[in-house]
Write a protein that binds this ligand. Structure first.
Ligand code: A2P
Length: 283
């Protein structure tokens, strides 16, 4: 990878730009401007979700930025309240309408239904949600479909009835929460892993170890985190509404973290972010 527009290849043959611009918690009034700034800084991959409430601003930026639609990669996700076949189809229609687009490049199931909340019904519910994603994918309204926050056992269960294999799994991934087992499983299965909160929600950025390693390469801790994600073969989705940081977060290709420093960063544990466990969440 030499720039943020270089691509990973999904298991359906389609290309996905190797760094995406994240929009979780980007305030609605600022979204259009922030996404325009990101596109101007070179991002071609924008990640949103129905739950973020800002799909309309993302869509406006995409439609008004002057680039052909096919040069941009747009992801959205079905929220937890809309699981199940019919509700997911309806949610997908709402997302496309909010975005004002004919298709999304990638549509994800935001979180798996878990045993804690749904008991034995969880697997069936996930299968029904997935059946709706397969339908919008077959219709060409979502070019690719995938998962978010799914652990290997959720994916194994889904594969019992899935006809289309998930193209990606978007999980929390940053130094201090490296989810080794999930990443290994997905990569073995040909599922591209995307990293949400690749900066560990800022707490990671002040970590002493990270600060020392970043200084060695003459980079910021944020750039070190994003490079670490890429060197794991994972696709980072940094978010920032600050133009200087939006730009700084693209400067990841003029250094390489050596093996020893990768091991040092891999060993950091339970710092930053949410360290969310999909089997334990109650939303
Ligand atoms: P801001 O939007 O004010 O720039 P994460 O994606 O890990 O959850 O972290 C996102 C947070 O990290 C945002 O609050 C964002 O703040 C901040 N951030 C993004 N890029 C940088 C950077 N290069 N340096 C410092 N903070 C950053």
């Amino acid at each position: 990878m030499r720039s943020i527009t270089d691509t990973f290849t999904l298991n359906n043959g389609l290309a996905i730009p190797c760094v995406g611009y994240g929009t979780f918690q980007t305030p609605v009034p600022e979204t259009k401007k922030a996404v325009r700034a990101a596109i101007a800084a070179g991002y071609r991959h924008i990640d949103t979700a129905a739950f973020y409430g800002n799909e309309a601003g993302v869509g406006q930026a995409v439609r008004e930025c002057g680039l052909p639609r096919e040069e941009l990669f747009v992801t959205s996700k079905v929220w937890n309240a809309d699981r199940g076949y019919e509700k997911t189809l309806a949610a997908f229609d709402r997302s496309l309408s909010e975005l004002g687009l004919d298709y999304v490049d990638l549509y994800l199931v935001h979180w798996p239904a878990n045993y804690l909340q749904f008991g034995r019904e969880a697997a069936r519910l996930n299968a029904e949600t997935w059946r709706a994603l397969e339908e919008v994918c077959r219709a060409g309204r979502a070019k690719s479909i995938g998962l978010s926050n799914f652990l290997p056992h959720h994916i194994d269960a889904l594969m019992q009835t899935a006809q289309i294999k998930p193209a990606v799994d978007q999980i929390e991934f940053h130094p201090g929460w490296n989810q080794r087992g999930v990443v290994r499983y997905c990569q073995d299965e040909g599922i591209v892993v995307e990293a949400w909160s690749p900066l560990g929600r800022r707490e990671v950025l002040a970590d002493e170890t990270l600060t020392a390693v970043a200084a060695k390469y003459g980079k910021s801790t944020a750039q070190l985190c994003l490079r670490w994600v890429l060197q794991h073969g994972v696709l980072p989705l940094p978010k920032s509404v600050t133009p200087a940081r939006i730009a700084a977060n693209t400067q990841l290709f003029d250094f390489e973290i050596d093996a020893e420093d990768m091991r040092t960063l891999d060993k950091l544990d339970l710092i930053g972010g949410q360290c969310a466990r999909p089997d334990d969440v109650e939303f």
